[in-house]
Design a protein around this ligand. Structure first.
Ligand code: SF4
Length: 392
């Protein structure tokens, strides 16, 4: 991903007018609005996961147990391999992943097998879905530009990419301290043995002075989502809170970060990254300096934990607010779901498709024609009939 020149986005506060003037023309309206590999709108999740998966597929094509993975026109072999006991690598190893995105787990919440197919068979992104992605990304970008400018920073290494995350965090902490509003706040931390990375859509304070996480969901049709979609959204914002709280409470450590991400602390940062760090007022020479600064700022800034979780659904075309929801944070439930999902990633169980009562999800699934779960469960095929029983 970073072998060739890539770009990442640095959030530029409007409280630094000289830099804003210099960088205005560099602003970009790409789908990478967050500056990272994922966006926080769960409706964009599956599409972005497919994009991420292209990289994974390139990796799994290397010689090894997974090298027999066929192309998109053929049947994937992973599920069958599991049944035959042929998979000796866990999915984390097979996909060459060091950590997961929050969005990976949210897609699992929708249909785990669909997420797996997305990783193995990227390229199923239809023009229609790409259009939805573009519109959703544009709305998010517009929201983000209401608060700050975006500066495109050329990067060449994963260390540069993480340095941009850290610079964004450092630039947003003072705003949070002064009870301001921020958007696209990067979060990372270990949950149930796995390292998760994500981006919080928005953080602000309510009139009661509570720190509120607000997640914007754009809807193609002017109606609220079904309960299953809401469930996935509830899980997503709960995970963000879990990770953010751990970060500000000092439960995420530099050692844990480096252990999971395998970042090379001694690798020199790119000149553009260093220049933007200087312009932001951060005197750092290496990634190690930056990591130290970020963790000190996170723990010494006295930032509160997130008090409330709010979801807002808006219609893409008209920008009409369709509804808002306050989500109750259930820590036990979040942890137990993560444990279940992580068991798949660690290779402790096979991936699962949807239950019979959720078979309607298959209607819009790109993998319905090749889905082994569906084929193996005749009940799923006839599950649209009334009174269908649960298949597992
Ligand atoms: Fe999941 Fe259904 Fe798609 Fe199979 S067809 S991956 S069970 S949503």
């Amino acid at each position: 991903m970073f072998g060739t020149l890539s770009r990442s986005l640095f959030v530029q506060s409007r409280t630094v007018p000289c830099i804003m003037a210099e960088t205005r023309e560099e602003e970009t309206a790409s789908a990478e609005a967050s500056g990272f590999s994922d966006l926080s709108d769960s409706e964009l999740v599956e599409f972005l996961d497919l994009e991420d998966a292209k990289e994974s597929t390139a990796s799994v094509s290397k010689p090894g147990p997974s090298s027999e993975l066929p192309g998109k026109d053929d049947k994937p072999v992973s599920v069958q391999n599991w049944k035959n006991g042929l998979d000796v690598l866990s999915p984390m190893e097979r996909f060459h992943l060091k950590y997961l995105y929050v969005t990976d787990l949210c897609t699992q919440n929708w249909c785990e097998l669909q997420m797996v197919y997305g990783k193995e068979l990227p390229g199923f992104l239809t023009p229609e879905k790409a259009a939805v992605l573009d519109t959703g990304a544009s709305i998010h970008l517009a929201k983000e530009l209401e608060l700050h400018d975006l500066v495109t920073v050329p990067i060449t290494t994963k260390e540069d990419a993480w340095a941009i995350k850290f610079l964004n965090i450092l630039s947003m902490i003072p705003t949070l301290q002064s009870e301001g509003r921020i958007r696209e706040f990067p979060v990372f931390g270990e949950v149930e043995g796995i390292f998760l990375v994500g981006v919080i859509d928005e953080l602000h304070y309510t009139s009661k002075g509570e720190l509120e996480l607000a997640e914007l969901k754009t809807r193609r049709r002017p109606m609220l989502p079904l309960p299953a979609q809401k469930k996935k959204d509830h899980f997503q914002v709960s995970l963000y809170k879990y990770i953010f709280d751990a970060m500000v409470q000092g439960k995420v450590t530099p050692a844990g970060l480096v252990h999971h991400t395998k970042l090379c602390l001694d690798k020199p940062l790119g000149p553009s990254v260093l220049r933007h760090a200087r312009q932001g007022g951060f005197s750092v020479k290496s990634l190690s300096d930056l990591i130290e600064l970020v963790f000190l700022s996170l723990t010494l800034s006295d930032l509160p934990a997130i008090d409330t979780l709010r979801l807002e659904y808006i219609h893409q075309e008209t920008a009409t607010v369709l509804g808002t929801e306050i989500v109750a944070f259930e820590e036990k439930e979040v942890k137990s779901k993560v444990q279940h999902y992580v068991a798949y990633w660690m290779g402790h169980r096979e991936p699962q498709g949807v239950d019979v009562e959720d078979a309607w999800k298959c209607r819009t699934c790109d993998y319905v024609d090749i889905c082994e779960w569906r084929k193996d469960r005749g009940a799923l095929s006839s599950s649209l009939e009334p009174n269908a029983k649960k298949s597992k």
